[in-house]
Design a protein around this ligand. Structure first.
Ligand code: SAM
Length: 303
């Protein structure tokens, strides 16, 4: 029986979402994903091992083989994700022989052929990256968060991630031009337009696609941990309570821990027994969801 089905039937969940499940599974995700039901996951958020990097800790994949290695996994992800779900892939191409390798670009092109839409790209600006000096480049302070979907109509709850207007309002809105007071249609004929004056009386705005977050330094037991804000932000944006979140490269389990805190069901897959045990020890596989205790999200963080 596939994972979601068996979890549901074992737990006898009626109606769905009363009990929150966080399931850590041990094994190679390419195989373990086959046990997950079709069209059952609302959000996939993950950070696979980067090409060749950290091979001393959990085995790298060479840049030249990265696409070939990843495509069978992304095929399974495409199968398990709901038609209105979203896949967020945290990845960054490394430098090989003085050039940025092209495997991320090649992967995007191949995933599009597989049936994915490459809908958006967020930038994770790593606020606390190490200082350093390199002969022909500056320090790397950002990573890609590629967004893929199965269809152009996917669930997105934009109000959940609004940010405070900040100082921009004071300076920009004080001296409105005539264009600002009327609708300013796109010069490139996209059909989009903006009326800046609409934002005069508001204290919250929608965020940009650049997320300013420090990397995680506190978890010493895994070398590449997500900051909790990262899966949290995407869960707010793309899921509701009771939805299913998947991290096929679970590592220390940040995604499933955050999912449980946010009352989302989750599945994490990890190939290393050590990391699997670590994640498992920090989650409760089932937790009762008390309807009267639903959290109110803080929506004014300045990412
Ligand atoms: C970049 S880390 C993920 C860290 C995670 N986001 C966290 O917050 O702890 C990638 C993880 O994928 C695991 N991994 C590598 N290949 C895998 C595979 N084929 N299936 C499942 N897990 C794998 C590694 O052991 C590693 O823990």
């Amino acid at each position: 029986m596939r994972v979601c089905e068996s979890l549901h039937s074992n737990l006898n969940i009626t109606p769905p979402g009363k009990e929150i499940i966080a399931k850590a599974l041990l094994g190679d995700c390419k195989e373990v994903l086959k046990t997950i039901e079709d069209n059952s996951i609302d959000l996939i958020v993950t950070s696979p091992p980067y090409a060749d990097s950290r091979s001393n800790t959990y085995g790298g994949v060479s840049p030249g083989n990265y696409v070939e290695w990843f495509l069978p996994i992304s095929a399974e992800l495409l199968r398990v994700m709901k038609p209105n779900g979203t896949f967020i892939l945290n990845i960054k191409e490394k430098v090989v022989n003085g050039e940025r390798h092209t495997y991320v670009i090649e992967l995007i092109l191949e995933m599009r052929k597989q049936g994915w839409l490459w809908t958006e790209e967020f930038i994770w600006h790593k606020k606390n990256c190490y200082p350093g000096k390199w002969p022909n480049r500056f320090r790397d302070a950002w990573e890609r968060l590629l967004q893929f979907n199965k269809s152009k109509k996917f669930n997105m709850y934009q109000e959940n991630v609004m940010v405070s207007m900040g100082d921009w309002a004071k300076s920009r809105l004080r001296n409105l031009s005539e264009t600002d007071k009327t609708r300013d249609n796109s010069k490139v004929g996209s059909g989009f337009g903006k009326k800046v004056a609409n934002w005069l009386d508001r204290d919250k705005v929608y965020p940009t696609n650049v997320l300013h977050m420090a990397t995680e330094c506190s978890n010493k037991n895994h070398s590449a941990v997500f900051p909790e804000f990262l899966p949290e932000w995407f869960m707010k944006l793309f899921t509701k309570e009771g939805n299913w979140v998947l991290d096929p490269f679970m590592g220390s389990g940040t995604t499933i821990k955050v999912a449980q805190r946010m009352l989302r069901n989750s599945i994490g897959i990890e190939v290393s027994k050590e990391y699997y045990e670590m994640a498992k020890s920090e989650i409760k596989e089932k937790e009762l969801w008390l309807l009267e205790d639903q959290p109110v999200y803080e929506t004014n963080r300045n990412w």
